[in-house]
Design a protein. Structure first.
Length: 294
């Protein structure tokens, strides 16, 4: 039987499956297909004939066998700071039942949402998508620290778009996911920094925000600048120089604690750092402004 004849039969099979069965059932059906026929699909794929030969369902399942390849490509785009390209790439695999793919989808949505070129409405939509992907990731693997890290980030980001009340309502959720991530990976500097940010933001809320928190919770979230400082210092100890924004927050919290000389040291490091991305640029600009006030 020729490849053309086999591919034609597969096309009819997958069209039929798409019409009659749920996604979970299709996974079972795909797994039940003899290996020899799955090799045919892979062979077609390698020849560039897959799209024309079989349905989109076959494309999804043939591609899903290469999760490490998807992850490698996504991480490379992230390291290269190509956020639009990263988002477009991972969205091809947004339905894949892999926690490592799902949290990368969440990450891509977040990174695209904070770009200056992203308009307000699109940023809000991306924030919601960020949370949806993170939730799916946690459901798939509750013991993956990346999943909990992005759940915390997603809840925090959503508050930036939905307003103070939503941010306060999610305060405990944010903290719980960051603490769970640290429990799973105590050496991760980014999560430690994020927990420090949570502590700092709780200390820095306005009187009105405190009243809202008191109305929502019997026991409103609480922290201290000392606790925030401990997390920022631990993050820097775990991985020195990993994030210029951590230098910025070390300077900010030390300034709050009245330790101006130490604050100036960290703010100067952030201000003198050569930006590699938007977050570095924002940290640099804020540090420069704060130094003028010391």
């Amino acid at each position: 039987m020729s490849l053309v004849e086999i591919s034609s039969r597969f096309r009819r099979l997958f069209l039929f499956v798409n019409q009659l069965y749920t996604r979970s059932t299709r996974v079972i059906i795909w797994a039940a297909i003899p290996v020899v026929y799955r090799r045919v699909i892979c062979r077609l794929r390698s020849k560039g004939a897959l799209v024309a030969a079989v349905t989109p369902l076959a494309v999804v399942y043939a591609a899903s066998t290469d999760v490490p390849g998807i992850i490698k490509r996504a991480d490379q785009l992230y390291e290269d700071n190509k956020m639009q390209e990263l988002h477009d790439y991972v969205m091809q695999y947004k339905d894949m039942q892999s926690a490592d793919v799902q949290w990368r989808c969440s990450r891509a949505c977040y990174k695209l949402s904070i770009l200056p070129s992203t308009d307000k409405d699109n940023a809000k939509s991306l924030a919601h998508a960020c949370l949806a992907f993170a939730k799916q990731a946690v459901e798939l693997d509750n013991n993956n620290f990346h999943c909990h890290k992005w759940m915390g980030i997603a809840y925090s980001t959503l508050g930036d778009h939905e307003g103070t009340r939503i941010k306060i309502e999610n305060a405990y959720k944010i903290k719980d996911h960051f603490e769970r991530a640290i429990e799973l990976n105590p050496q991760d500097s980014t999560v430690r920094h994020l927990l420090g940010r949570w502590c700092y933001s709780i200390c820095d809320v306005s009187w009105i925000q405190r009243q809202i928190a008191s109305a929502i919770f019997a026991t409103p979230p609480s922290s201290s600048y000392e606790e925030a400082l401990g997390h920022f210092e631990q993050a820097e100890q775990n991985e020195p120089g990993f994030y210029s924004t951590n230098w910025l927050y070390l300077g900010k919290v030390l300034h709050k604690l009245g330790q101006k000389d130490k604050a100036r040291h960290w703010l100067q490091k952030a201000a003198n750092y050569h930006p590699n991305n938007q977050e570095d640029t924002e940290a640099k600009n804020e540090a420069e402004q704060l130094l003028k006030k010391l």
